[in-house]
Design a protein around this ligand. Structure first.
Ligand code: HEC
Length: 137
């Protein structure tokens, strides 16, 4: 029997493992240099979505429900107010983990801007690093 808690942990673990495998690939980069910051972690919004968000919100942002409820990000009118998704990504909410220590002030806008312009969302005003700074506790 899968409890809600087990399901949440399974998804959180999947997201962590994906993030960790991305860092391992970097640590093993052939020249061993960290001079290019793009090698540290994905900087691209879509890649961040695939590695950090998709495990819970699904590949087309359709969300999921079953043992837990993972809201759809697709065609989501709550994403219109740009500070709202920034706040949720930085601070988490209920079963959604906070990403403030995992994603920096450029990565949060990258994934939020990606989500707000994909999955049937057409919000063209962009989120910036200063929005992230003001959402941090
Ligand atoms: C471990 C599962 C999990 C992961 C990973 C996750 N989320 Fe969530 N997310 C949730 C849950 C559960 C909620 C609903 C929280 C609540 O009910 O308050 C949520 C809510 C949200 C919301 C608010 C949606 C609404 O309609 O109010 C946004 C935006 C969001 N997540 C974006 C993201 C982004 C972007 C990422 C990746 C950086 C991400 N989530 C990663 C589980 C997750």
């Amino acid at each position: 029997m899968t409890s809600i808690v087990q399901d949440r942990w399974r998804r959180a673990l999947a997201a962590c493992l994906l993030t960790m495998s991305a860092s391992t690939a970097i640590a093993q980069s052939p020249d061993g240099s960290f001079s290019n910051p793009t090698r540290f972690m994905p900087r691209d919004g879509e890649v961040i979505y695939r590695t950090s968000c998709q495990a819970c919100h699904m590949s087309a942002g359709e969300g999921a429900s079953g043992a837990g409820v993972y809201p759809a990000l697709a065609k989501n009118s709550k994403l219109q107010a740009r500070r709202y998704p920034v706040y949720i990504v930085v601070n988490g909410s209920k079963a959604m983990p906070p990403f403030r220590n995992l994603l920096d002030d450029e990565q949060v806008p990258a994934v939020v801007n990606y989500m707000r312009t994909h999955f049937g969302n057409g919000y063209r005003d962009t989120v910036s690093a200063s929005d992230v700074k003001s959402a941090r506790p």
